[in-house]
Write a protein that binds this ligand. Structure first.
Ligand SMILES: [Zn+2]
Length: 181
């Protein structure tokens, strides 16, 4: 096996007996001690290096008798009738929106990448929701969408080095939209 032949098959966290859906998504990164960890953007979920993420439903409904409590749904994620599961989109353009949208301007804590999805995979209009996922390839955008926020090189190198714990290719990319095509 050569580096040139690197593919999701070589990623230890993706079982080699399955044929994953390869999609795109964005993550937030957080530094925990010496570690750099990927986290989901909209739910409180940490993607641990070397471990497939198992989705769980984080939605629920208010308890009828104790309305200050939210009773979590007990179905496996993703559920057809719910919004749960590991989200990914079908194009790098769609994933890059989570980095380039106005609300994200100036955010220095986001990365984009390809992700393997497997297990139960529900197809939606712009992508998928899945029961299992693991990154396949990661890019650290060197600038924010407004063009002025050139990230400091030292930060970029530190982030990229930290993400190597995921054992997938990590690159620094000038503009996330350059991944399109
Ligand atoms: Zn659910």
């Amino acid at each position: 096996m050569t580096a040139a032949a690197l593919s999701y098959d070589d990623v230890s966290a993706v079982p080699d007996y399955i044929e994953p859906v390869i999609a795109w998504r964005a993550w937030r990164i957080s530094g925990r001690g010496e570690r750099v960890l990927l986290e989901s953007l909209f739910v409180d979920t940490v993607w641990l290096p070397g471990e497939p993420l198992d989705a769980s439903c984080k939605s629920g409904k208010r308890s009828r008798w104790r309305p200050w409590r939210i009773e979590l749904n007990d179905h496996p994620a993703p559920d057809f009738e719910c919004t749960c599961g590991i989200y990914a989109v079908s194009s790098p353009e769609a994933a890059a929106k989570y980095i380039t949208d106005p609300y994200a301007l100036g955010r220095v804590d986001r990365v984009i990448g390809r992700v393997a999805l497997w297990g139960d995979v529900v197809e939606g209009t712009s992508g998928w929701r899945a029961s299992h996922g693991y990154p396949v390839e990661l890019w650290v955008p060197a600038r924010t969408a407004d063009g002025r926020g050139l990230r400091r090189r030292a930060y970029l190198d530190e982030i990229a080095a930290g993400l190597e714990a995921y054992n997938v290719p990590v690159d620094i990319v000038g503009d996330p939209l350059s991944l399109v095509g």
